[in-house]
Design a protein around this ligand. Structure first.
Ligand SMILES: Nc1ncnc2c1ncn2[C@@H]1O[C@H](COP(=O)(O)OP(=O)(O)O)[C@@H](O)[C@H]1O
Ligand SMILES: [Mg+2]
Length: 573
């Protein structure tokens, strides 16, 4: 957690101000019982009204100053804690943006969400209470002890016996609570995961009648969290009553012995009253301290999780100097292999090919043969384990990711749209694209028709996750988003799968015109989609088993022939 506190630096002035104000408040608060005992022992005993009024007025003034300082300190403290957690959230978010897919896979989306929200709130709360109590509690305890000793040594000694009992119980409770709170955060992750899966998978859950199953799963996660949270809080719940008992017992003891001493004339009533107030202040400070110690373990658990994100080194980084080239759109794979973490066999191996501008390169193969893996290496979602991926003759690792991706129009296998209008979504591909450019992109993507049929046209809203357009429409919008960029390299990862044959054919004809000067890489399952490509790579279990035009492959590639036969037969039936 100390590491995280470095982020407090920009707030040091406000922090110093807060601490000073708290210092002022503590001093005033310590003086009030003292003044009161003067009123009782001097003013009341001697019947000196003007003395009472004078000291009473002073008390009022001191109390006012203290209250003002306290309010201002709370205000500044909140400003620090909230500002700090805003910075931290920003930092975590930016870090996550720099992650490559490897890091996403390793932490998990649900956990990343908890870490950016709930975990940071925990740290924020502990900062708030620490700012206040770090200064106030020790001064209050020591100050009250001294003041109280001055009044009466014998009575104050009672407190000395009680403090160790307190400290030991606080320590024990904090020690057992720490691991529990770590578990609480983990269970929150789990709960988030289940909720997320349920919200995004509603349709599948309903159609398979798995509501009950999912309900149980949610219940289990929910109960798991409740159980551990209850356990941790029950332990913490012990603290308050324990403190109250100790406080009241000490007051009773002080009263008991104090009364006897007053009786004997060894102690004045006002002093006894002051001592009781000081004991109250000491116990209150201890309570606050113990609350802080309750919160620290929990925040510590959160801090560890936040640091894990902040310390994670993305595997994919920008080079120090980015190389540039005069070429436009040449993609070359040189003996490339890649193996996913934890996988038994490499997803692809020994892949070599070159795609040139003006050419359409197609990749075909069964599911799981490694097609997506290959095209994902061009925008550097993953780095080659062996071999090189070159764009315009430069290794992609020697280019800044921004520059590299600038050249690419990528249409993912699973179309993703964002909340906002259709215009917003297309402009995602090219900032500030004019309506003309957008219209053109929609025309090419065969999306113009259904967009114009919508009442609000380009201004129609897309719902979260694009649920208010059909799968095929979603694909076409995401194709238009790539087209509007006018990139050097087009990558279509199975982007035509949700289109009917007629739309597919029309789209490809329009695309051919549009991508005349660009390099186009099309991944597909359907032979008809890629038949007229300039070059076709046939992929099987991560290896290239065929390379040539449709006519060549039909003649000399068995696997390709099998695919063709099975699909053509399917169409004839
Ligand atoms: N994120 C991942 N982690 C581990 N294995 C993966 C991951 N993505 C894909 N794979 C595996 O890599 C192989 C190739 O996958 P992929 O390139 O998506 O195939 P295709 O696009 O041809 O259907 C498959 O065996 C798949 O199980
Ligand atoms: Mg794929």
């Amino acid at each position: 957690m100390l590491r995280l506190f470095k982020g407090l630096k920009p707030y040091w002035l406000t922090i110093v101000g807060t601490l000073l104000l708290i210092f002022v408040f503590t001093l005033t608060d310590l003086n009030l019982p003292n003044l009161m005992s003067d009123i009782v022992d001097t003013g009341i005993v001697e019947g000196d009204i003007s003395y009472i009024l004078r000291v009473g007025g002073l008390m009022l003034l001191v109390a006012l100053v203290g209250t003002a300082a306290s309010i201002l300190a709370n205000y500044l403290g909140a400003k620090v804690a909230i500002g700090y957690s805003r910075d931290l959230r920003q930092q975590v978010f930016e870090k996550v943006e720099s992650f490559s897919l490897n890091e996403f896979n390793s932490i998990g989306t649900a956990s990343l969400i908890t870490r950016t929200t709930n975990d940071i709130t925990q740290v924020q709360q502990v900062i708030l209470i620490m700012l206040r109590m770090m200064v106030q509690a020790p001064i209050m305890i020591v100050g009250a002890l001294i003041m109280s000793f001055e009044k009466d040594v014998e009575l104050t000694k009672i407190i000395i016996y009680i403090i160790p009992i307190l400290f030991i119980s606080i320590f024990l409770i904090a020690r057992f609570a720490m691991p529990m709170f770590q578990l609480v955060q983990k269970r929150i992750d789990k709960l988030n995961l289940v909720v997320r899966e349920n919200l995004t998978g509603t349709r599948v859950i309903r159609v398979f009648n798995k509501q009950k199953f999912e309900e149980d799963r949610f219940n289990e996660a929910n109960l798991d969290l409740t159980k551990i949270a209850m356990k941790a809080n029950r332990l913490m719940g012990l603290l308050m009553p324990l403190m109250m008992v100790l406080l009241n017992v000490s007051i009773v003891i002080v009263m008991w012995f104090g009364a006897q001493r007053v009786d004997l004339g060894e102690l004045q009533v006002g002093n006894l009253m002051a001592i009781i107030q000081y004991i109250g202040q000491i116990m209150f400070s201890l309570m606050m301290l113990s609350m802080m110690f309750v919160m620290i373990p929990r925040a510590q658990a959160s801090a560890v999780r936040i640091n894990e994100v902040l310390n994670m080194q993305p595997i994919i980084n920008d080079p120090k100097t980015s190389k540039t080239s005069d070429l436009h759109g040449v993609v070359e794979f040189k003996d490339v292999s890649y193996e996913y973490e934890g996988a038994e066999n490499p997803a692809i191996s020994g892949i070599s090919f070159t795609a040139k501008p003006g050419e359409i390169l197609a990749i075909i193969g069964g599911t799981g043969s490694g097609k997506s893996t290959i095209v994902n290496m061009i925008p550097r979602f993953y780095d080659a384990a062996k071999g090189q991926v070159l764009v315009n003759g430069i290794d992609v690792r020697d280019m800044s990711q921004e520059e590299l991706r600038q050249k690419i129009g990528y249409v993912p296998q699973k179309a993703v749209l964002f909340t906002g209008t259709i215009r917003d979504n297309i402009q995602y591909g090219l900032e500030g694209a004019t309506d003309e450019q957008i219209q053109h992109a929609l025309d090419v993507a065969q999306a113009a028709d259904f967009v114009s049929k919508k009442k609000e046209g380009l201004d129609s809203e897309i719902a979260q996750g694009g649920t208010n357009v059909s799968g095929g429409q979603k694909q076409r919008l995401s194709i238009a988003r790539a087209i509007v960029r006018k990139p050097e390299i087009y990558i279509f990862d199975d982007s035509f799968s949700a289109l009917d044959f007629k739309t597919d054919a029309k789209l490809r004809a329009a695309l051919k015109e549009e991508t005349k000067e660009a390099t186009t890489i099309i991944v597909a399952q359907r032979v008809s989609t890629i038949m007229d490509a300039d070059r076709i790579l046939v992929l099987n279990e991560g290896h290239i088993v065929g390379d040539g035009t449709h006519d060549e492959l039909v003649r000399n590639c068995d696997i390709y022939k099998e695919i063709v036969d099975s699909q053509l037969k399917g169409e004839e039936e």
